[in-house]
Write a protein that binds this ligand. Structure first.
Ligand code: 5AD
Ligand code: SF4
Length: 435
């Protein structure tokens, strides 16, 4: 009899890719994926805890399964990832939702098959949350769901302990994969027809294998075939000139860099334990722009960090204008229990943060719009990656990260397409295939 799985993923690209590994494990056990949660024999929640709303989302959706579980007693519910990796949250989950069958941490994903088998033999909730720093598991073969894009982990964990961030507590210490294994994986993805490879790590610049990150990137870009390489995330303190040179040297490496600045105020950056100043950040950006003038830069920004004054916030607005980001992820600071910033005085009232985020989003959007408008009439090469059902259009990104939409009678997913841009609307471009 067919058995079905349904995975609900929250959070970052790392989680999206880990859900592909969960899918790989489940399909190895004979499960197939299903669209509707009601049809599933096992539902896996792959959770995130980076901000409070990510946690609330997961708690809310797990809560909503109570009724379904009553009707469908044999359906298994598993909750894994960053949320239960915090022991008190795992206990909380167990107490609130006793019908959850399996609770596992970030370091226990590769053990999911055993956890399911254990649960099938027992009435008790199976809970496995390893502490420690985690290992590098090479055993999990992902079931990729995002052709022609593929994610490849190059490292796990984070040692930076930015004062607001929970990641180092739930993902353990930095550990890098063997460079040969990474290169082999990319080679086999290219052989299989994948056209865009994104190298993933919490801080790819601190990759420590037998080669440095720029050397690894260079080797990957030397693999034969037409494909693109992206990487994320880069911590500005470790972003080097050597990396810029490698980016400049290969047309395969996308001219698009995600360089989270978080704040434009030196006082706030210091309190955040970011270990760079705005001057150092801007110097790196200036070097990048000098060597690769058309490179786009994206970032992450937090408003309402404890103690952030109106001047600090204005400094962020100024820095955003100076850099001219092509887009940015903007966040209201969220207090995370266990982090240094949670203990800091002068937590910012919600109304103040709300006002600030609105101003910041407005500014970022205006920069994005202005840059999009410059695309009008130009022909760009995009990698067709999806079909947008709602719009009835195919879509894909150029190397700079811009999304372009177009109509086609043929399925062009996985192909590079030259698109002449007729219209720019916010972040999106609309056009037609160049003749
Ligand atoms: N509150 C708000 N934003 C946060 N981020 C990380 N921790 C928090 C927090 N406690 C943001 C940072 C990071 C991105 C992935 O999430 O901007 O770069
Ligand atoms: Fe969090 Fe800082 Fe590590 Fe990024 S570098 S994951 S923001 S601690």
């Amino acid at each position: 009899m067919n058995k079905f799985y349904h995975i609900v993923t929250y959070g970052c690209q790392m989680n999206v890719h880990e859900s592909e590994k969960i899918a790989g494990i489940l399909s190895g056990m004979g499960y197939s994926s299903c669209e509707k949660i009601e049809d599933a024999d096992i539902v896996v929640f792959n959770t995130c805890c980076i901000r409070e709303n990510a946690e609330n989302h997961a708690f809310g959706n797990i809560g909503m399964l109570k009724k379904l579980k009553k009707e469908k007693k044999n359906m298994l519910i598993a909750v894994g990832g960053c949320l239960p990796q915090q022991m008190h949250k795992a206990e909380n989950l167990h107490e609130k939702f006793p019908y959850v069958d399996i609770i596992f941490g970030t370091h226990n994903l590769h053990n999911l098959k055993e956890l399911i088998e254990k649960k099938l033999k027992s009435r008790k909730t199976v809970i496995e949350i390893d502490g420690g720093d985690g290992t590098v598991s090479e055993d999990d073969v992902p079931l990729r769901t995002s052709y022609p894009n593929a994610w490849v982990n190059i490292m796990y964990g984070c040692n930076n302990f930015c004062s607001y961030c929970i990641v180092p507590y739930v993902r353990g210490r930095e550990r890098s994969r063997d460079s040969k294994k990474i290169i082999e994986e990319v080679q086999s993805l290219v052989n299989d027809g994948y056209k865009e490879i994104t190298l993933l790590g919490q801080n790819v610049n601190s990759y420590k294998g037998d080669v440095t990150f720029p050397e690894l990137l260079e080797k990957i870009a030397q693999i034969d075939g037409k494909f693109r390489v992206r990487f994320m995330t880069s911590h500005p303190k470790d972003f080097s000139r050597e990396l810029v040179e490698v980016m400049a040297s290969s047309p395969k490496i996308c001219k698009c860099l995600h360089l989270p600045v978080q704040s434009g105020s030196d006082a706030v950056l210091k309190a955040m334990n970011r270990r760079y100043t705005t001057k150092e950040y801007l110097e790196k950006v200036a070097y990048l722009k000098d060597r690769i003038p058309d490179c786009t830069i994206t970032t992450d920004l937090i408003v309402g960090f404890p103690g952030e004054t109106e001047e600090d916030f204005n400094a962020t607005l100024e820095l955003v204008k100076k850099v001219g980001y092509s887009s940015a992820f903007t966040f209201v600071y969220s207090k995370r229990e266990g982090t240094k910033a949670a203990e800091m005085p002068d937590q910012i009232p919600e109304e103040v943060s709300k006002e600030r985020i609105i101003k910041l989003v407005d500014l970022v959007n205006s920069l994005t719009r202005a840059q999009s408008a410059q695309y009008k009439g130009k022909t760009i090469e995009i990698l067709c990656e999806d079909y947008d059902e709602k719009r009835g259009l195919y879509c894909g990104r150029d190397e700079y990260g811009r999304m372009g939409y177009f109509s086609s009678d043929k399925n062009l997913i996985g192909q590079f397409v030259n698109l002449t841009v007729d219209e720019a609307n916010g972040i999106s471009l609309f056009g037609s295939i160049a003749g």
